[in-house]
Design a protein around this ligand. Structure first.
Ligand SMILES: O=C(CO)[C@H](O)[C@H](O)COP(=O)(O)O
Length: 145
């Protein structure tokens, strides 16, 4: 898949994020501190989310110190369902039940081993085909529109 990545700094796991994603067979589109763009979290994380919204990327992974600003910025972009995940079960659930298309990460909380668990869970899971789950996702689009 094409994964847009944004971070407002190179602290913590931001420095290994691109290689961890590429090792899992994906192509990275970089934004913010992982390339030479602006590093304001609202700006770079919404750029990555816009890649998803426009179809330039399949998914995005956005980071800031807390992960909060990154997730808020991404969720302002139409069609984006960003989930702030600090463990593998939450990441799997976000993909399965919320059909989340943007993973938000806290650089403060997430260690390298935890990042690996979260990425493995995120990429292994897929959206539920359950009617009720799909109705919830459809309702989010209704609210947005
Ligand atoms: O967690 C964040 C936003 O949610 C930022 O990473 C944190 O506010 C630090 O930003 P800056 O380096 O611009 O002060």
């Amino acid at each position: 898949m094409r994964i847009s990545v944004a971070s407002d700094s190179l602290d913590g796991v931001a420095s290994i994020l691109i290689s961890e994603i590429e090792e899992r067979g994906h192509t990275v589109i970089p934004h913010g501190a992982v390339t030479d763009e602006r590093t304001d979290w609202a700006w770079c994380c919404s750029r990555a989310a816009e890649d998803v919204s426009s179809g330039v990327a399949d998914q995005a992974i956005v980071c800031c110190w807390t992960g909060t600003g990154a997730s808020i910025a991404a969720n302002k972009v139409p069609g984006v369902r960003a989930a702030l995940c600090s463990d593998a079960a939450t990441a799997a659930g976000a993909r399965r039940w919320n059909d989340a298309n943007v993973l938000a990460i806290s650089l403060r909380l997430i260690s390298a081993p935890l990042l690996e668990e979260i990425l493995d869970a995120w990429f292994a899971a897929s959206a539920s085909l359950d009617e009720n789950d799909q109705a919830n996702i459809a309702y989010l689009s209704e609210i947005e529109n």
